[in-house]
Design a protein. Structure first.
Length: 397
C-alpha cells in the first residue's frame, strides 16, 4: 500500500459528522455546513468613502469653485437631498451619498469661507469620485461562502454581514488520544533508567488543540490485553475518532490490531510502504468512526498524524484536507528505491523563495531533531538522489 492508496482508503470511508447550529460569536475555526448568501447589495447604498463635501459634478464643468454648505450627512442617516447645484452637503465616511450629488471632495482639497467652501482644484473631480456604488462588491442574493468553508476572520465578517446570528457548522469531533506501553511514565512522576517519558500523546493533543479542536481526551493504557480491550471499548462508545500510539508492530506485546478487531473495528489497512511509519493501522467502526493505530516511535507518530489523521479529521469536519505544498530542495537528498520516505525539513528563504532544508536526524526515535522544523518532505520511491532545486511535496506540521 502506498501513502496515496492509504489516503484514498481513508477518503472512501470517512464521512462528515452531523451539522449543528453555532452562534456567530463562537463560529471562528468551525466548518460551514450551509451556503451564505448576501442579504443585500454590498455596499447596500452609494457609499461615501472620504470625509468631505458631496456635490453635483456637473456644476464643476461650468467653472464653479464656491459652494454653500446646505447640511451635514453623517453615517447612519437616510439620504438628504441637495437643494440645488450651487450648494454642497458635508458628508462623513460611511454615509449614504446625498440624493442629487455624485462625487465627494475630501476635506484636504477645500477651505471654508463663512457658510461656504472654496475648492482648490475643481478640475480634479469627476462624477463617482470617492463614492462606492451600491452593489459594486456583490449583489444581494450572491453566494458569498460555500458549505465546507472553514471560518477564518474574514469569513466570520462575511457571515455577520449577511445578517446571520447563527450558522450551521459541523459538530466538533470528540477525539480520544491513547498511548500504550508499559515503559511510559508521565512527566512529573519519578522515572527509572529502563523507563521512557510519555511524550507522543502530548504532541498529538498539542497538534489537535492548535488545529482548533476543543474536545480532545487523553488516556494511557499499559500493555495488558484485557485492560486494553475494556478501555478501548469505552473510548469507542464516547468518541468520534480514536488515535492510538504504540503497540501496532509485530512485537509480542503489540496487541492493538487484535484488540481493535475484537472491539468491532473493521481493519481497513495495516502497514504502508513508507519510512518512518510502516506499521500504521487504520480501521473504521460499523457506525463510521475512524480509528488510527500510529507506530509508537515519536517521529513516525507525528508524521502519520499529519499525513493521515489530520486529513481524516478534516473529512469528519466536512471540509477538504489541507495537502502538501510544492517547494524546491535546498540540498540534494536521497530517499529509498522501495518505499516512500518522509524527512523532517526546515523552510528558509535566504535571498529568494523559501526552500526546504532536510534536517539531519537519527531515525524515527529522534524526535529532538523535529524542534523548529516546518514539516516534512515526502519522497516517493526512487533509487537516484534528488538534486538541489528539485520540487518536492512539503507537509507542514
Ligand atoms: P511501539 O510502537 O509500542 O513498539 O513503540 C515504539 C517505540 O516508541 C518504543 O521505543 C516506545 O518506547 C516508544 N513510544 C511508544 N509510545 C510512546 C509515547 N507515547 N511517547 C514516547 N515514546 C513512545
Ligand atoms: Mg509498545
Amino acid at each position: 500500500l502506498t501513502p496515496q492508496n492509504a489516503e484514498q482508503a481513508i477518503r472512501e470511508r470517512v464521512t462528515p459528522l452531523p451539522a449543528e447550529p453555532c452562534a456567530l460569536q463562537r463560529c471562528a475555526g468551525r466548518v460551514l455546513r450551509q451556503d451564505v448568501i448576501a442579504e443585500r447589495d454590498s455596499p447596500p447604498f452609494d457609499r461615501v468613502c472620504m470625509d468631505g463635501v458631496a456635490l453635483a459634478s456637473g456644476a464643476l464643468a461650468s467653472g464653479a469653485d464656491r459652494f454653500v454648505v446646505q447640511a451635514l450627512q453623517p453615517a447612519g442617516v437616510p439620504a438628504l437631498r441637495l437643494a440645488d447645484e450651487t450648494q454642497a452637503i458635508e458628508v462623513m465616511t460611511g454615509a449614504v451619498l446625498p440624493t442629487g450629488t455624485d462625487c465627494v471632495i475630501p476635506l484636504e482639497e477645500y477651505r471654508t469661507d463663512g457658510p461656504a467652501i472654496v475648492l482648490e482644484r475643481p478640475a480634479a473631480t469627476t462624477a463617482g469620485r470617492n463614492v462606492q456604488h451600491r452593489g459594486s462588491d456583490a449583489r444581494g442574493g450572491t453566494l458569498l461562502l460555500r458549505a465546507g468553508t472553514r471560518l477564518g476572520a474574514a469569513e466570520v465578517a462575511i457571515v455577520a454581514s449577511a445578517g446571520l446570528a447563527q450558522v450551521q457548522v459541523s459538530r466538533q469531533p470528540r477525539v480520544m488520544v491513547v498511548s500504550t506501553g508499559d515503559e511510559l511514565i508521565e512527566a512529573g512522576q519519578p522515572i527509572a533508567p529502563h523507563q521512557v517519558r510519555r511524550s507522543n500523546a502530548h504532541a498529538i493533543v498539542a497538534t489537535l488543540r492548535l488545529a482548533g479542536l476543543a474536545e480532545v481526551g487523553d488516556d494511557h493504557i499499559t500493555d495488558d490485553e484485557a485492560l486494553l480491550q475494556r478501555r478501548l471499548a469505552a473510548h469507542l462508545a464516547g468518541h468520534d475518532l480514536l488515535v492510538l500510539t504504540g503497540g501496532v508492530s509485530k512485537g509480542r506485546f503489540d496487541f492493538v490490531p487484535d484488540v481493535l478487531r475484537r472491539c468491532g473495528v473493521e481493519q481497513v489497512f495495516h502497514h504502508v510502504d513508507q519510512k518512518p511509519g510502516r506499521p500504521l493501522w487504520f480501521g473504521i467502526t460499523p457506525d463510521g468512526k475512524p480509528v488510527f493505530g500510529l507506530p509508537g516511535n515519536p517521529v513516525s507518530t507525528l508524521v502519520c498524524l499529519r499525513r493521515y489523521v489530520q486529513p481524516a479529521l478534516a473529512l469528519l469536519g466536512g471540509t477538504t484536507p489541507q495537502g502538501p505544498e510544492p517547494v524546491a530542495l535546498a540540498t540534494p537528498v536521497t530517499g529509498s528505491p522501495r518505499q516512500t520516505t518522509f524527512i523532517p525539513a526546515d523552510l528558509r528563504a535566504d535571498d529568494g523563495p523559501p526552500r526546504a532544508w532536510p534536517r539531519a536526524h537519527r531515525g524515527s526515535g529522534d524526535f529532538l531533531s523535529l524542534a523548529g522544523t516546518a514539516g516534512f518532505i515526502e519522497l516517493p520511491p526512487m533509487a537516484a538522489a534528488r538534486a538541489a532545486s528539485t520540487i518536492v511535496d512539503l507537509w507542514r506540521w
